[in-house]
Design a protein around this ligand. Structure first.
Ligand SMILES: Cc1cc2nc3c(=O)[nH]c(=O)nc-3n(C[C@H](O)[C@H](O)[C@H](O)COP(=O)(O)OP(=O)(O)OC[C@H]3O[C@@H](n4cnc5c(N)ncnc54)[C@H](O)[C@@H]3O)c2cc1C
Length: 532
């Protein structure tokens, strides 16, 4: 590193430095800043990529944005809307058949398992919303700024970054670094973290364009078209904001007139088209073998690169990563008695989910055709299981049974608030307001019970250990539609207690074996928070 450190910039200090300000880095900034953690984001570009990329943001991602209080800024889909695609000769030619994204799957009834319905918004339109919201919570964004190198210095990290316009280098000291620098993460490479998975499959050429005439063909309710001609295979998608994208095998360079003729071939007849931009992306499956090294965490595509599929396992998995990591960083940074072991649960919880999603993606017929014959396809899990029923297993969760034989994901109606799974959704009233159970578990640990003695104990332990535990007395602080619903939903008796983490994952449940309630709760709480 030859270039001098600039005198025109101060030396910055922060708790968390995020490298990469695309959808996952920005979401990390939002969740951390909302949790009152100091955060700086460095992003080498001045704004979002022109390629819209992700279009489907799942209910779980939206639940996280809802927790941070920004849900009203994101347009949601109707509860009966669904993503449909068809195999066609061309948009205006023969339509052969509708092909479901997941074979044999019944579309789930949106709005039953979650308070939100998901969003069909292009990634480049969602990013400005998240960016502004992160800024509003106090995140410090250094756009047009590139990470040059990271130096670990015992207690933290020193980053050298370059302001690209001014061509000047300056330094940022951080206690922790989040690498949200994408699939070709230079941080992952610098750390020597290996990747596994099906690897590179092929490069895809994307061409983004406007064509108002083509919108007439959307009236059937199908938005995605697999173009199937003898000499030409491609994928055509419409974004709700009026843009279209055509994708096909990128086996050579294409001139603008080549691109136009491919678009017309996919449309099936001459129409007025206006090309916005073009680029290539890699279809690949790779999962980092370590999501944490020292003070550095890999998130998003830096940790797991997966191609687009039903369920949106790219951006959405990344948003869920950083929701998982944000509260852990907050607790370690803001409570001197919370051990750094809590941060190790990030890898323990997220790596198996990344791998599960890799296996689920390439077990689908769409991708199975591209992978090596040695790949063993797995049984496809339902969207409900993948979305609402993933189970995490680490020291930040206390299991009363042996978890080894339990699946990593199952329908939430099977879990009923099992430890390691997301709390089930039901509508409740609190201070006369109708909210979801999911809304109850956002900022701190929460003890919930019908039995006040558990809640008194939780309050006492919270005071003793200096860590917030909110208490919820069912029937007093919150009301379910029917008195019995709480017990049925969580498969719990009226004398029991549940401890829920700030990411709405059940951390612990009392059992009949709890002799002394105080000792039982305290021991559990200290374990799941890695209390020193
Ligand atoms: C065609 C297509 C459709 C898709 N559809 C979906 C979908 O519907 N649902 C879904 O969930 N996912 C989808 N995906 C995947 C999704 O787009 C990615 O998973 C997502 O962009 C990953 O976000 P990220 O923030 O982790 O990484 P990226 O979006 O790759 O961002 C990394 C950022 O880091 C910055 N950066 C890199 N190095 C440095 C450095 N040294 N210094 C500073 N900044 C740096 C880059 O400029 C970039 O902005 C799709 C992808 C494609 C290509």
């Amino acid at each position: 590193m030859n270039q001098e450190i600039s005198k025109n910039f101060p030396k910055y200090n922060t708790d968390v430095l995020i490298v990469g300000g695309s959808i996952v880095g920005l979401s990390a900034a939002l969740f951390l800043a909302w949790r009152n953690v100091n955060v700086i984001v460095v992003e080498k570009h001045e704004s979002s990529s022109k390629h819209p990329r992700a279009i489907g943001f799942t209910e779980l991602s939206l639940e996280h944005y809802r927790a941070a209080g920004i849900i009203d800024k994101i347009p949601q889909v109707n509860s009966n809307s669904r993503l449909r695609r068809a195999k066609v000769e061309s948009l205006t030619g023969n339509w052969h058949a509708e092909i479901p994204w997941t074979p044999h799957e019944q579309e789930n009834d949106k709005g039953i398992l979650s308070p939100v319905t998901g969003a069909a918004i292009a990634q480049d339109l969602l990013e400005p919303i998240i960016r502004q919201s992160a800024k509003d919570f106090g995140a410090n964004l250094h756009l047009g700024t590139e990470l040059i190198e990271l130096i670990e210095n015992g207690e933290g990290i020193l980053a050298r970054v370059k302001n690209r316009k001014k061509n000047e280098i300056y330094e940022i000291s951080a206690k922790y670094v989040i690498a949200a620098d994408g699939a070709n993460s230079s941080i992952r490479e610098q750390l020597g973290i290996k990747i596994k998975g099906v690897g590179h499959l092929r490069f895809i050429r994307s061409v983004l364009f406007y064509c108002t005439e083509a919108e007439f063909y959307l009236e059937e309710g199908i938005q995605q078209f697999e173009i199937d001609q003898t000499e030409f295979k491609a994928f055509l998608t419409h974004y709700p904001d009026g843009r279209w994208v055509l994708m096909f095998n990128a086996d050579h360079e294409y001139s603008e007139s080549d691109l136009k003729s491919y678009i017309l071939q996919a449309l099936g007849r001459k129409m007025n088209i206006d090309i916005i931009t073009t680029g290539t992306w890699e279809m690949a499956g790779q999962i980092a073998e370590e999501y944490q090294k020292g003070h550095i965490f890999l998130v998003g595509d830096a940790a797991h690169q997966l191609p687009p599929t039903r369920g949106g396992f790219g951006a959405n998995t990344g948003i869920d990563d950083v929701y998982n990591l944000a509260w852990k960083l907050q607790m370690v940074l803001q409570n001197k008695n919370v051990g750094k072991e809590l941060l190790e649960t990030y890898h323990l919880e997220r790596y198996p989910i990344g791998w599960l999603r890799h296996q689920q993606t390439f077990s689908r017929p769409d991708y199975l055709q591209w992978v090596d014959t040695s790949f063993k396809a797995e049984t496809l899990l339902s969207s409900e299981a993948m979305e609402f029923g993933q189970r995490v297993n680490s020291t930040a969760v206390l299991n009363n049974d042996t978890c080894a034989n339990l699946p990593l994901a199952a329908h939430p109606n099977i879990w009923l608030g099992h430890t390691g799974t997301r709390v089930p959704h039901a509508w409740v009233s609190r201070y006369e307001e109708r909210i979801s159970t999911i809304d109850l578990f956002t900022k701190s640990f929460v003890a919930i019970s019908k039995d006040i003695s558990w809640l008194d104990i939780a309050k006492r332990i919270s005071k003793e250990l200096g860590i917030d535990i909110e208490v919820l007395h069912v029937g007093i602080d919150i009301h379910f539609l029917d008195d019995k619903i709480f017990e049925e939903l969580f498969d719990i008796s009226k004398d029991d207690c549940i401890l829920v983490r700030p990411d709405a994952i059940v951390a612990w449940r009392s059992t009949k074996q709890c002799g002394n309630k105080y000792n039982c709760f305290k021991e559990a709480f200290k374990k799941v928070t890695s209390y020193k």
